[in-house]
Design a protein around this ligand. Structure first.
Ligand code: 8X3
Length: 255
């Protein structure tokens, strides 16, 4: 039922967290994988853990650079070149502070990765899906695309943009067989907060302290479920949190 045999799936930001979990879950479902991430060592490490012996092609690529995106995708070996599934996962958050207090670096990192990078990859992959009249784009959004919380205004804006891009893309693909989905998780225990707080592990750990967040595999399983519905079915949006989370800021803690 959950088979992706014969499909080629491209996952961005694949070296860790939700991207790495998607790589594992899609490989187990039989997909051929094209994986990219910014840094080669963690990506190679991830590839070495894909023990189900899937067909994998990987390359380093910073999605913020449209030339790198175009070059990486145009150099795909022929047996990986027809991408059936795009998981737009690469994304990050920087800092938790006022919209008016963010540094330029924070703003650029979030907007360039979460919005522009997603668009660069999408415009490089989707025309092939349209030509072949088959494919599925899954964007990894966030509950931050449905809510706004103190200090997260810029990050939330980028995830609202992912929601708008997802809906816009579905409309623009009207009449084709290409499917478009956004999977929007709340708190997931990944390096997300460590990246947000630029390596401050104590602050990052406090985000997940005494609660039971989602784990990356929960999100990857939701992605797989969306991908494996009958071809007539388009899941527009999955919003998911742990049972301990009831809104962006209402998180049950056991102490
Ligand atoms: C991550 C969820 O609530 O930290 O996208 O913004 S949250």
């Amino acid at each position: 039922m959950f088979s992706l045999t014969g499909k080629t799936a491209f996952v961005t930001g694949a070296s860790r967290g939700i991207g790495a979990a998607c790589a594992h879950v899609l490989a187990r479902a039989g997909a051929r994988l094209v994986l990219c991430a910014r840094r080669s060592a963690p990506l190679e490490n991830l590839v070495s853990t894909l023990t189900d012996n899937p067909a994998v092609y990987h390359f380093t690529c910073d999605v913020r650079d449209p030339d790198e995106v175009a070059a990486g995708l145009s150099a795909l070996p022929s047996d990986f070149a027809e991408i059936d599934i795009l998981v737009n996962n690469a994304g990050l958050s920087r800092n938790l502070t006022g919209v008016h207090d963010h540094g330029i670096d924070d703003i650029d990192d979030m907007v360039d990765t979460n919005v522009k990078g997603l668009l660069y990859v999408t415009r490089a992959v989707v025309p092939g899906m349209v030509r072949r009249n088959r494919g599925h784009v899954v964007n990894i959004g966030s509950t931050a695309g449905h809510d706004v919380y103190a200090g997260g205004g810029v990050y939330c804006a980028t995830k609202h943009a992912v929601g708008a891009i997802t809906r816009g893309l579905k409309i623009d693909l009207h009449g084709t067989a290409v499917r478009v989905t956004t999977v929007d998780p709340g708190l997931v225990e990944t390096d997300f907060s460590l990246v947000r707080f630029r390596g401050d592990s104590e602050r990052a750990a406090a985000v997940y302290a005494d609660t039971r967040p989602l784990v990356p595999e929960d999100v990857a399983e939701a992605v797989l479920w969306c991908l494996t519905r009958p071809e007539r079915v388009n899941i527009a949006e999955v919003i998911m949190t742990s049972v301990d989370q009831s809104s962006a800021t209402l998180v049950h803690r056991r102490k």
